[in-house]
Design a protein around this ligand. Structure first.
Ligand SMILES: Cc1cc2nc3c(=O)[nH]c(=O)nc-3n(C[C@H](O)[C@H](O)[C@H](O)COP(=O)(O)OP(=O)(O)OC[C@H]3O[C@@H](n4cnc5c(N)ncnc54)[C@H](O)[C@@H]3O)c2cc1C
Length: 250
């Protein structure tokens, strides 16, 4: 079924890191709008030459606490979506449709022993929208959750304070940040150097107990899916959402 098109009004935006901007929109004319944590919306706008295009963004608003529809966008050189978004001013409007997407949480009655949520760059944002649901799941002591965020440097971390909040409340929850380009000494317990894949030697992936979510960079996703295949993971235990295709980035 076709999703309705509705209007978003920009309330505010701010840089979260040197390349990523957080956008907060009011939904103007769709009071019925609801989403499942992990879903995305599409923006509809015209390129400079007047051609209509769409670009998708994962909803970053924490489901259950949301007042606005928030997402985070990475600055991409010469990208029409980037050009459009990064020039928006408060009170500007844009058409949107959605929500879309299947990177959503399974029902509580089929909660796996462990969820591992993996995201690079803005690919971490769908898990932010899941935080209340993740907290609810963690009340079950037979379950645990691990969130792995991959970025280049500490300054690129997104929404770390939100992800770290749950560590104060739950001993069956862990958040780790992996810095692929950082060579200096690390000062915080949740920090690691290298790619997310470096965690696999000590988190002990288990094909009978783990459900893995992957979001963001297609190279990371394909490499990790390859590793999971060699570990004989059931494809149903791997959920993924690529933000762009490998071919388009060459
Ligand atoms: C389901 C889905 C959800 C998405 N959610 C988000 C999101 O929450 N935040 C977000 O920033 N983007 C997200 N994207 C990507 C987004 O839709 C745009 O592609 C991106 O904003 C760049 O748009 P553009 O028009 O400026 O450049 P495009 O013409 O779309 O892309 C130009 C090139 O830039 C590269 N690129 C595209 N997106 C990224 C990126 N995020 N990081 C690094 N390089 C990139 C690719 O090589 C691509 O070929 C999502 C994509 C999909 C399919």
């Amino acid at each position: 079924m076709q999703k309705p098109v509705f209007t978003l009004k920009l309330i505010e935006s701010k840089m979260l890191s040197s390349k990523v901007r957080h956008f907060s929109f009011q939904i103007v004319d769709n009071p019925e709008f609801t989403f499942l944590p992990g879903q995305f919306i599409s923006l509809h706008f015209n390129k400079k030459d007047g051609q209509p295009i769409k670009r998708s963004y994962s909803i970053a608003s924490i489901h259950g606490d949301e007042t606005n529809l928030d997402f985070a966008a990475t600055f991409v050189d010469n990208g029409p979506g980037t050009e459009f978004l990064f020039n928006l001013q408060p009170a500007d409007t844009v058409l949107a449709s959605g929500p879309y997407g299947k990177l959503i949480l399974k029902d509580r009655d089929i909660l796996p022993k462990r969820y591992i949520f993996i995201g690079t760059g803005t690919g971490i944002t769908p898990y932010r929208s899941m935080l209340n649901k993740i907290a609810d799941n963690l009340n079950n002591q037979n379950h645990s959750t691990l969130i792995l965020q991959g970025v280049q440097n500490p300054d690129d971390l997104l929404y770390a304070s939100d992800f770290l909040k749950l560590t104060e409340k739950f001993n069956n929850y862990e958040f780790r940040a992996y810095y692929s380009r950082y060579k200096n000494k690390l000062s915080k317990q949740y920090e690691f150097t290298g790619y997310i894949q470096n965690s696999f030697s000590d988190i002990k992936l288990d094909n009978s107990n783990d459900v893995i979510y992957l979001c963001g960079n297609p190279y990371m996703i394909e490499e990790i899916v390859g590793i999971l295949k060699t570990l004989e993971f059931n494809p149903k235990s791997i959920l993924r959402e690529k933000y762009y295709s490998k071919k388009s980035s060459t």
